[in-house]
Design a protein around this ligand. Structure first.
Ligand code: ATR
Length: 264
């Protein structure tokens, strides 16, 4: 029997998740259907209740509902508890909440982009939902130095305080060099550049924007400084693969799907 899954968010019309999960299902022979659900801002819980009542088995949760999904969960994975955000819901006997964003980012960096994280210095820009989902996974991957920088420094301090070995900073005070600089802010979306000191981006640096499909001001500035750049499309595919594994117990291959999305 076909089992139902979906991505829930607002807006969600341009989500690539249905296409990605359809490819995973085809490649692994799993009989699933995967839709998009645009939930009203004040209607996350009732929308999920209705999906479950109709037999839905799991959801990917995207902006702005990852904290709501955290609260909706009856049981949490360790990584979701650390992130205090949920991007994957599985409807089992209880409502299971997981977070696959961090492992998705780490796999994209380490496998797709061949950047080993152990013993590296990483700058994470942003302290909102996107940033908090990945701090635990970066530390677990063995980064030697993790600095969280944010426009509102207090938010960076609050996030860093939840993790041993993470430091907080304002943008003006960040001192490089870093092997990897990750943009987890919403700043790229309106074309506004972040005020970073010159020592942060160098020719050997990988500048990674979690946003995908856009040449953000951050990526443009990084390229001008001679850094290698990458958007977040690989993270999207890798977090999807991990969610698929949580639901189905089968780990799909990601390379062809990522190549397909990049038009390769
Ligand atoms: P998300 O869940 O997408 O991370 P969020 O929780 O609203 O959304 O966080 C947005 C992040 O982008 C924050 O780190 C925010 O910085 P502040 O905490 O100082 O608000 C950052 N951000 C958004 N617009 C920005 C801008 N124009 N310049 C710098 N940082 C910006």
């Amino acid at each position: 029997m076909t089992e139902r899954y979906a991505v829930i968010g607002h807006p969600v019309g341009h989500s690539k998740s249905p296409w990605i999960h359809a490819r995973f299902a085809q490649a692994t022979g799993q009989d699933i259907a995967y839709d998009r659900i645009d939930a009203p801002l004040d209607g996350f819980e009732r929308t999920v209740d209705a999906f479950r009542a109709a037999g839905g088995r799991g959801l990917n949760v995207t902006l702005p509902f990852k904290q709501a999904a955290f609260r909706y969960s009856q049981e949490l994975s360790e990584r979701a508890r650390r992130a205090q955000a949920v991007n994957t819901l599985a409807f089992r006997e209880r409502i299971y909440g997981d977070n696959t964003d961090g492992v998705g980012l780490v796999r994209d960096l380490e496998i797709n982009l061949s950047r080993r994280l152990a013993a590296t210095a990483v700058l994470l820009m942003g302290a909102g939902g996107a940033a908090q989902g990945v701090v635990g996974a970066l530390l677990e991957a063995g980064v030697a130095r993790l600095v969280i920088a944010n426009r509102t420094v207090q938010r960076a301090e609050a996030l860093a305080a939840r993790f041993p070995r993470a430091a907080a900073s304002g943008y003006g005070e960040v001192r490089g060099p870093f092997d990897i600089v990750i943009n987890a802010t919403a700043a790229g979306l309106d074309g506004e550049a972040l005020a970073l000191p010159g020592s942060v981006l160098a020719s050997g640096t990988l500048a990674y924007d979690m946003v995908y499909g856009r040449d953000t001001a951050f990526l443009q500035a990084a390229r001008a400084a001679g850094a290698r750049t990458c958007d977040g499309l690989g993270m999207l595919v890798e977090q999807a693969a991990e969610s698929f594994f949580v639901w189905r117990g089968v780990r799909p291959a990601t390379r062809d799907v990522l190549d397909g999305l990049r038009g390769g």
